[in-house]
Design a protein around this ligand. Structure first.
Ligand SMILES: *Cc1c(COP(=O)(O)O)cnc(C)c1O
Length: 226
C-alpha cells in the first residue's frame, strides 16, 4: 500500500478497498496482507494514470506485448509500481517478460520453468512467481494439473525460480469457494504462503479463504470492450 493520498478521489477504488477491509475484518486478517492488483489489460495509459495519481501501485496485465506498449513510460514516471503478469506466457517471450514485469502469476509448465530460469539468470533479476493451477481440472483452461504440482515445484526449486504461491481462475458460473479452498489447501500442503485468487465478482470470498493477491479489473475500470 503506497501512501496516504486519498483513494476517495476514485470511487471504485475506494469501494473495493473498503470491501477488502470488511472481508479482512470478518476473516480476522490484516488488510495489509491483501494486495489489490488493478487489472489494467485493454486500458489506456490515460485510464491508468488516475489510479497512479491516487497512490495505487500494483497492476496486472495479461499480455507481454500490450504491457510493453504502455508500461515503460508509466514506470518512468512512477518507478515504485509493481507490475504483475497474470496471463499465459510463451517461452519465447520469457526474456521480455522478465525485463518488463516484477511478478509472474502464470507459471504452469516445465518448459516455462526452464525458460524463466534462463531469462532471470541472463537478466540478473529474480522475479517471484506463482504457479497457476488448473483448479477445476478443465480441458481448455491453462494451469498445471493438480497432480503435476509437486513435480513442477521441485523443478522450479532446482532451477532457482522463486515460487511464492499458487494462482487460480476457477470455473465460470459456479460457486468459486470450494476451488479457492482447494487452492489454499494445496498451498499449505506445499509450504507456500501466497494465494493469487479472486476477481471482480468474487474477491471477497477469496479473501475469506486466504487470498493474498486479488486481481480486479472491471469492478475498478468498468466493463471491457474486448
Ligand atoms: C482479466 C483478468 C482478471 C480480472 O477480471 P475482472 O473480472 O475484470 O476483474 C483477473 N485475472 C486474470 C487472469 C485475468 O485475465
Amino acid at each position: 500500500m503506497a501512501d496516504a493520498t486519498p483513494d476517495i478521489a476514485i470511487p471504485p477504488l475506494h469501494q473495493i478497498t473498503a470491501k477488502i477491509a470488511q472481508a479482512c475484518k470478518i476473516a480476522r486478517r490484516d488488510p495489509g496482507e491483501v494486495d489489490l492488483i488493478a487489472v489494467s489489460k485493454t486500458r489506456s495509459a490515460d485510464e491508468i494514470r488516475p489510479l497512479l495519481n491516487a497512490g495505487h501501485r500494483s497492476f496486472g496485465e495479461n499480455r507481454v506485448q500490450e504491457a510493453a506498449g504502455k508500461w515503460p513510460e508509466l514506470r518512468a514516471a512512477y518507478p515504485d509500481i509493481t507490475l504483475h503478469l497474470i496471463g499465459q506466457l510463451q517461452t519465447n517471450k520469457a526474456d521480455e517478460a522478465v525485463a518488463l514485469f516484477d511478478c509472474i502469476h502464470s507459471l504452469d509448465r516445465p518448459s516455462l520453468v526452464d525458460a524463466l530460469a534462463k531469462a532471470m539468470q541472463k537478466a540478473g533479476r529474480s522475479l517471484p512467481c506463482f504457479i497457476q493451477v488448473n483448479i477445476g481440472e478443465e480441458e481448455q483452461k491453462g494451469g498445471c494439473a493438480i497432480a503435476d504440482l509437486p513435480a513442477l515445484l521441485e523443478q522450479a526449486r532446482i532451477a532457482g525460480v522463486p515460487v511464492v504461491g499458487l494462482m487460480c481462475i476457477p470455473p465460470a458460473d459456479i460457486e468459486p469457494a470450494p476451488f479457492f479452498a482447494l487452492l489454499a489447501e494445496l498451498a499449505a500442503r506445499n509450504g507456500l504462503a501466497q494465494l493469487s485468487m479472486g476477481m471482480s465478482d468474487d474477491f471477497e470470498t477469496a479473501i475469506l479463504l486466504g487470498a493474498t493477491n486479488v486481481r480486479v479489473g472491471t469492478a475498478l475500470f468498468g466493463a471491457r470492450n474486448g
